[in-house]
Design a protein around this ligand. Structure first.
Ligand code: BYC
Length: 330
């Protein structure tokens, strides 16, 4: 059993029906899968893909907000923003570590990011143009991230699920931090409230796109839900997010930029829910495939950071070699 779940050089696997059924039975029984457990190659591949993309999103996600660290309007705002951006870096590191437990190296993942081969969340390819965007990013982007990640705390893969618990605690603080910026601006001057509305107008649709394509167009959802990597479909989470966020916009006195947004009493077993207007999927795929406003700049910034850090990696290696030589001599 333990030798199964391996991928041959030609991409084939040696998985028997019995092996796959035994694995599915563990998933169905809500057992957590741990790094040394046997697992189908497809399960491992899906996790490496998703956790890798998630890690990259956290790391690239530091850039749009890092852009405002030097221009925060007060010391208090600056301290909170710095801490938030550092938290995102920490999330990236937990996630790279979780992916490493599946046999992929951090170097390989980094190479795939800076070469443009790996995906990361589309949302981070939009620019942050003014201070209100810091409020809207915290409120909407971290809000969408939590909606997705709360479900991931129950992911069947143990290291990913455990990483998500701490990430969610921090993201929920980030969301409140963003909402509080929006609240302050909406209670400020007319110009400030207009900035808040403008940020919502620009970031609403990209935030909805964070949840991925509609269920019928989502290549991986069905299998990922069967393996309990995903607990909810893309549309289900998007709808939960809209239902939670519209009342928050109303409290701010802001208008959701969707003329087709409608309440439907019959949804969610009679509890009701919003129905949203059409999402521009052409824009989504353009951004995902590298042609958004900020894609090139984001990758260039990551590459620059990697190149600038070369001396640290070299020094750490030289130190490790010196230490090993000293230990060998003792
Ligand atoms: N952007 O079959 P589907 C954060 C890709 S960071 C780009 O539905 P899946 C934060 C998808 O990868 C938030 N690509 O895929 C950080 C797939 O392509 P491949 C990041 C997207 O995996 C700093 C293809 O489209 N959160 O929280 O079943 C500051 C087909 O999609 C996107 C996560 O990564 C997108 N929006 O479902 C603030 C959460 N959507 O791989 C906040 C973990 C889809 O076949 N990830 N694609 O080439 C997930 O939950 C799932 O991977 C997704 C997509 C729901 C995103």
């Amino acid at each position: 059993m333990y030798s199964q779940g391996l991928i041959g050089a030609d991409g084939s696997t040696n998985e028997t029906e019995e092996f796959l059924a035994a694995f599915q039975a563990r998933i169905d029984a809500e057992e957590k899968i741990e790094p040394n457990d046997p697992m189908p190659a497809g399960y491992r591949r899906t996790l490496v893909r998703q956790i890798g993309q998630h890690a990259h999103s956290e790391i690239v996600g530091m850039l749009p907000e890092g852009n405002w660290n030097t221009r925060a309007p007060s010391l208090k705002r600056k301290a909170a923003l710095l801490a938030k951006v550092q938290d995102e870096g920490g999330h990236g590191l937990y996630l790279y570590s979780a992916a490493e437990t599946l046999g992929v190296s951090r170097e390989q993942m980094t190479e795939e990011l800076i070469s443009g081969k790996a995906k990361y969340s589309s949302i981070f390819n939009y620019p942050t143009l003014n201070w209100a965007d810091m409020g809207a990013v915290g409120w909407l982007v971290d809000g969408a991230a939590i909606m997705n990640q709360i479900a991931l705390c129950r992911c069947s893969y143990g290291p990913y699920a455990r990483a998500m618990i701490r990430v969610c605690a921090e993201e929920s603080f980030h969301q409140r931090q963003g909402y509080e910026i929006m609240l302050t601006m909406c209670n400020g001057t007319k110009a400030q409230k207009d900035m808040a509305q403008d940020a919502l107008n620009r970031l609403w649709w990209p935030a909805l796109m964070m949840f991925g394509p509609h269920d019928g167009d989502s290549a991986h959802s069905e299998q990922s839900m069967k393996w309990k990597i995903k607990r909810f479909s893309n549309d289900a989470l998007r709808n939960k997010f809209i239902n939670a966020t519209v009342p928050q916009a109303e409290f701010l006195g802001l208008t959701i930029p969707d003329p087709d947004l409608n309440w439907d009493d019959t949804l969610n077993n009679g509890a009701g829910g919003y129905v949203h207007g059409p999402i521009d999927w052409d824009e989504f795929w353009r951004v995902v495939n590298g042609d958004g406003v900020m894609n090139r700049e984001r990758l260039a910034a990551r590459k620059r950071a990697h190149d600038d850090g070369a001396w640290v990696r070299e020094a750490a290696l030289a130190h490790a070699e010196k230490r090993a030589a000293r230990m060998a001599a003792e």
